[in-house]
Design a protein around this ligand. Structure first.
Ligand code: MEV
Length: 348
């Protein structure tokens, strides 16, 4: 009797389980497919990388997610994306993938954990997420190399003259050494242990810079004008940035945190000299240094946006975080993650 009761319960439970599995499978429908593009921080040599100096970038866990939702026509969601650069970006992606809007019956929806114009790679993450989800949904089987190439064309819309570092790190993740050309270098760097950074956002009202929030395009343009105006002085700065590139790679290989921090400080000074820092960013940098950061610098385009502070350990990171919070700056802690470039070929 007991045995019969047990058998019956087992059958009922199995049917119930099967039912749940069918429901779950139904909800992973192709028309609700998502893909992500990751944000980034630049550890060394933003801006100088545009002039072919090597730079180092690390992917952030913060991301843009793009989702396909079946519909009777092609649309973007939220609607605000259907204008200016974001619309041009999507049109460029469709053109490069030979896709005709009239034939597409879905909404391309976006969700972002990255504030636009804050220097942590929202535009590249937007492009990468869109290209990856289209590839997956339409069975295009795009390689990461192809995804990265298309994302670079999209970055040209957003930033006019980008180096390509943002789309590359967003596509491949991990931590990369990047050089634009002659020869182009994209190499994963493996850290012995994760690096701990505190990221501080300079958008504090009392430190708004007149040029804040106008994006990387504006900053890159400003640096180009500076270079054209005084190319000799700019060449000297490029030389210094090149030395930082070589030394930082060595410091990373030796996992010499003190040296990495020291070089970040030097890098920030160079970025101040090309006038992409702001009072808000400089204030965050000095708060971080006063509170035990090994090194601190702006990250990304500058003219507002975010900075990074390298912490020795989690205790120090929290000390820096609290000091930022005390001054009402938005901030968070991230740990870098190693990743093997080739492991992720074709992965979403
Ligand atoms: C922006 O994240 C990095 C810049 O160096 C621009 C670029 O490399 O394209 C400022």
């Amino acid at each position: 009797m007991n045995n019969l009761y047990f058998q019956k319960t087992k059958i009922i439970l199995s049917i119930f389980l099967m039912f749940i599995l069918v429901i779950q499978k139904g909800s992973i429908k192709k028309d609700n497919l998502s893909a992500v593009g990751f944000g980034k921080i630049i550890l060394f040599n933003e801006h100088f990388v545009v002039y072919n100096v090597s730079a180092i970038a690390a992917a952030l866990p913060q991301k843009v997610t793009s989702t396909i939702i079946k519909s009777d026509k092609f649309e973007l969601y939220p609607k605000i994306l259907e204008k200016e650069d974001t619309l041009k970006a999507i049109n460029k992606i469709l053109e490069l993938l030979n896709l005709k809007k009239e034939k597409l019956k879905f909404t391309l929806a976006f969700e972002s954990q990255i504030k636009p114009g804050s220097g942590i790679g929202s535009s590249a993450a937007f492009a990468v997420a869109a290209i990856k989800v289209l590839s997956k949904y339409l069975n295009l089987n795009l390689s990461n190399q192809k995804i990265n190439e298309i994302a670079y064309e999209v970055e040209k819309i957003f930033h006019k003259n980008p180096s390509g570092i943002d789309n590359t790190i967003s596509t491949y993740q991990g931590i990369i050494l990047f050089k634009k050309e002659n020869p182009k270098i994209v190499k994963q760097i493996n850290f012995k242990e994760p690096l701990i950074f505190v990221i501080g956002e300079s958008g504090n009202k009392s430190y708004i810079h007149p040029e804040q929030c106008r994006g990387t395009k504006k900053a890159v343009e400003k640096v180009r004008k500076l270079k054209d105006k005084n190319s000799e002085k700019f060449d000297l700065l490029l030389n210094k940035a090149n030395k930082i590139a070589t030394k930082s790679l060595k410091a990373i290989t030796n996992f010499d945190l003190q040296k990495i921090g020291n070089l970040m400080d030097k890098n920030h000074k160079l970025l101040q000299q090309i006038k992409v820092s702001t009072p808000g960013l400089d204030k965050l940098v000095s708060i971080a240094k006063r509170n035990g950061a090994l090194g601190a610098k702006l990250t990304g385009g500058g003219l507002g946006g975010n900075m990074i502070a390298l912490a020795k350990d989690e205790i120090d990171a929290n000390k820096i975080l609290n000091a930022f919070r005390k001054e009402k700056f938005n901030c968070f802690i991230v740990k870098t993650k190693n990743r093997n470039l080739y492991d992720f070929e074709g992965e979403i």
